[in-house]
Design a protein around this ligand. Structure first.
Ligand SMILES: *Cc1c(COP(=O)(O)O)cnc(C)c1O
Length: 427
């Protein structure tokens, strides 16, 4: 696809360019497997000598079309879909880490990602150190060790709504010779393209705005192609030294800028699975076609809702990066000049118990374990997504115990505000 097209055009057109007589819309290749004429041809695929499809656990044409669209939107060189955002963040790290390694992460993270890095990868021998996203370069730097392989953060953290200083994090990562991996789920490439600020790898929970309609769980990993693995060959020997499971091929030599994604596909997908189903990829693609229309409306609605809450006497605080007095307003203006996201958080007078009562009073906003849906939804992280955390962990993740996460949909904003008004009235 022409790189000169604007984002709106890419949302619609990228990824699928049918030839004469082919379907206008990407078909769902609902097939586990693909046929070859000779045994030799099939064998070459298993040696990574030829590229081609052979088994949907590794690759599927529908998935690749959609991954390529997201790749184009982010301005990357290669991308892959995963079965979930969790799988994307797991693979993004484990593609370059093994037992004995270490990663540094901004502490304001999605609850699932926090668990994944604080507990699950630890059991696999990979340690994580969490740093305050507002820490100085020196403080972030001090968290690095000899065996550190990556720095990780979220563009806009879920649910703390911390806007990450991407340039600061990229600089520290690169000073230590490791890639900076950014989960760009909340911003989406419509509002921020982290590669433009020095990120090397971007991940997504496509379950959120990209799908946008709460139909399909999915994830994506995009590589900028900018990180020079070869320059730190000993540290990233998994990419720069022979892979015995493929007759000793060296990913960086054979695949150049595609090395990272090829390895993740050829090794991790082969051995661990977690592919997105082609049916889900098809639905995700429909979502992507309107991403550029929905995201600005989410932001416009969220700003009006945030202003309404800010002026309400029963509301004790509101976090939304586009509010002028928000702690992250300046960073949001820099990295997200067209708007941040449709999610905001607030607390009400009466604290945790009042928050729970308020939630039960909503008529339009639905209590669901979800955000970034076209329908307005609401959640109390301390009781739901983050309930496994103790108070200290909650505060480190930027989640106050009374915090209500309100995901503003694309309904008429007056109806959303009316719902909030009547629910607050009853508290
Ligand atoms: C939801 C979410 C995830 C996890 O994605 P799933 O698709 O639910 O597995 C990861 N990161 C962020 C920022 C999220 O919002």
């Amino acid at each position: 696809m022409s790189n000169n097209y604007k984002m709106e055009t890419k949302c619609i057109q990228s990824g699928w360019e049918p030839k004469q007589g082919e379907p206008r819309v990407v078909p769902i290749y609902q097939s586990t497997t693909f046929k070859y004429d000779t045994s030799e041809q099939m064998g070459r695929l298993f040696d990574l000598e030829d590229s081609g499809y052979f088994y949907t656990r590794l690759q599927n044409p529908t998935n690749d079309v959609v991954a390529n669209k997201i790749c184009d939107l982010e301005g990357g060189v290669a991308a892959m879909l995963t079965s979930s955002g969790q799988a994307a963040n797991f693979y993004a790290i484990m593609n370059i880490c093994e037992a004995g390694d270490h990663v540094v992460c901004a502490s304001a993270l999605y609850g699932g990602t926090y668990n994944l890095y604080a507990h699950t990868i630890k059991k696999m021998g990979v340690d994580a150190t969490f740093v305050d996203p507002d820490a100085s370069e020196e403080e972030i730097s001090n968290a690095f060790r000899e065996n550190t392989k990556a720095l990780f953060g979220e563009t806009i953290s879920n649910p703390a709504l911390v806007v990450l200083d991407l340039e600061k994090f990229a600089k520290v990562a690169h000073e230590h010779g490791v890639p900076f991996i950014v989960d760009n789920t909340f911003a989406t490439p419509i509002n921020c393209r982290p590669f433009e600020w020095g990120a090397d790898i971007v991940t997504h929970s496509t379950t959120k705005y990209m799908d946008g309609h709460a139909t399909s769980v999915g994830g994506c990993i995009v590589d900028s192609g900018n990180f020079d693995w070869g320059a730190y060959g000993d540290k990233f020997s998994c990419l720069t030294k022979p892979d015995e499971t493929y007759h000793g091929i060296v990913y960086t030599e054979k695949f150049g800028k595609d090395a990272y994604i090829t390895k993740a596909t050829a090794q991790l997908m082969r051995d661990l699975g977690s592919i997105q189903s082609p049916q889900n990829a098809f639905l995700l693609n429909l979502g992507l076609e309107t991403l550029h229309l929905r995201v600005p409306r989410h932001c416009e609605n969220a700003k009006k809702v945030a202003e309404f809450l800010q002026n309400h006497k029963k509301v004790s605080w509101v976090n939304y990066p586009d509010l002028k007095d928000d702690k992250y307003y300046t960073l949001a203006q820099k990295y997200l000049p067209n708007g941040s996201c449709g999610v905001l958080t607030f607390g009400i007078i009466g604290g945790r118990d009042a928050s729970v009562t308020l939630m039960d009073n909503f008529k339009l906003a639905a209590i669901v374990t979800h955000v970034a849906d076209s329908r307005t939804s609401v959640l109390h992280p301390a009781s739901h997504t983050h309930r496994q955390m103790n108070e200290k962990e909650l505060l480190e993740a930027g989640v106050q115990p009374d915090l209500i996460r309100f995901s503003v949909g694309v309904e008429n904003v007056d109806d959303i505000i009316d719902d909030l008004a009547q629910a607050l009235e009853l508290v």
